[in-house]
Design a protein around this ligand. Structure first.
Ligand code: MG
Length: 289
């Protein structure tokens, strides 16, 4: 099932989208007032979802929002989690973190929930005074059943579904401030969507493939199987001491092909369009500026 959040006639609703995201069937507000509530109550609701959904609307008649427009806490993110990207970052001159190229343990940081914007919304690169705004296409996990001390072998049972984020980054700020929060925490620097693909439709997430294009030119193309630290390892690592909650968002890291990997770097400029596609989920497309 593909779940979306959208605006229709000025009201926000959650709905079930078809496979090609051409139509959305709204869920009644009393059934699912928002995506976070649907995720928290999914075990009780899921058998009745399809029956509760209203008549389908053309997607073109609604405004898609991020599936979780305002996560209840920061978006968890993973740095340097694909080998080729770890190399391009280490060689770029923008890496002020530890000097080993491939990390010994997952590198975790967060983006404030206020960074999240929806599909089609503009990435505000004018808020980056250093004019070094870069894209990072990432497969993203949405936690369903929370918990602490989740073991690798149980981890996928805690996944509600998968979406896409663009971990937009002001590279010069990322480098200057050492910690990545300022360079990655700018308002609007976390496009998310277009849908959440529920985990029952993707029992093996390593089968997914991620591609990113800028103005139609392919920049990133990788299999999720190439993650250095796989999804169960990330969930085990994060939940060791932090209780994960329903609706938590974990971006799994970006593959090679970001703008800083080019010589000279190819940063985003006003008018560019970034399109990230993950098989099964759909396309997250955002203009810049
Ligand atoms: Mg990233």
């Amino acid at each position: 099932m593909r779940l979306v959040t959208f605006l229709y006639n000025g009201r926000q609703a959650v709905g079930i989208a078809d496979e090609v995201l051409s139509q959305v069937s709204p869920l009644p507000t009393e059934f699912a007032p928002d995506m976070l509530s649907l995720i928290a109550n999914y075990d009780q609701l899921k058998s009745g979802l399809a029956g509760a959904a209203g008549a389908p609307l053309p997607i073109a008649s609604v405004e898609l929002l991020a599936p979780i427009p305002r996560p209840s806490r920061n978006v968890f993110c993973v740095g340097k989690n694909y080998h080729e990207h770890a190399k391009e970052f280490a060689g770029s001159g923008f890496d002020s973190s530890a000097k080993e190229i491939v990390p010994e343990a997952p590198v975790i940081f967060t983006k404030p929930s206020s960074t999240v914007i929806g599909p089609g919304a503009s990435i505000p690169n004018y808020l980056d005074p250093t004019d070094s705004t870069d894209y990072e296409g990432e497969l993203t996990v949405i936690i369903g059943r929370g918990g602490r001390g989740i073991k690798k072998q149980d981890a996928l049972a805690h996944v509600f579904g998968y979406t896409i984020i663009n971990d937009v980054t002001a590279r010069t700020l990322q480098h200057k401030h050492r910690q990545w929060f300022i360079g990655k925490g700018i308002d609007g620097f976390c496009p998310m969507g277009p849908a959440i693909l529920t985990a029952d439709e993707m029992p093996d997430p390593t089968k997914m493939r991620l591609t990113t294009s800028v103005n139609g030119e392919r920049r990133q193309d990788a299999s999720v199987a190439d993650l250095i630290f796989d999804i169960p390892t990330l969930i085990e690592t994060l939940s060791a001491g932090i209780t994960l909650e329903a609706g938590d968002v974990i971006a799994t890291g970006t593959p090679a092909g970001v703008g800083l990997g080019f010589k000279p770097p190819r940063f985003l400029k006003k008018g560019d369009v970034v399109t990230i596609e993950v098989s099964g989920i759909g396309k997250l497309e955002n203009p810049v500026g």
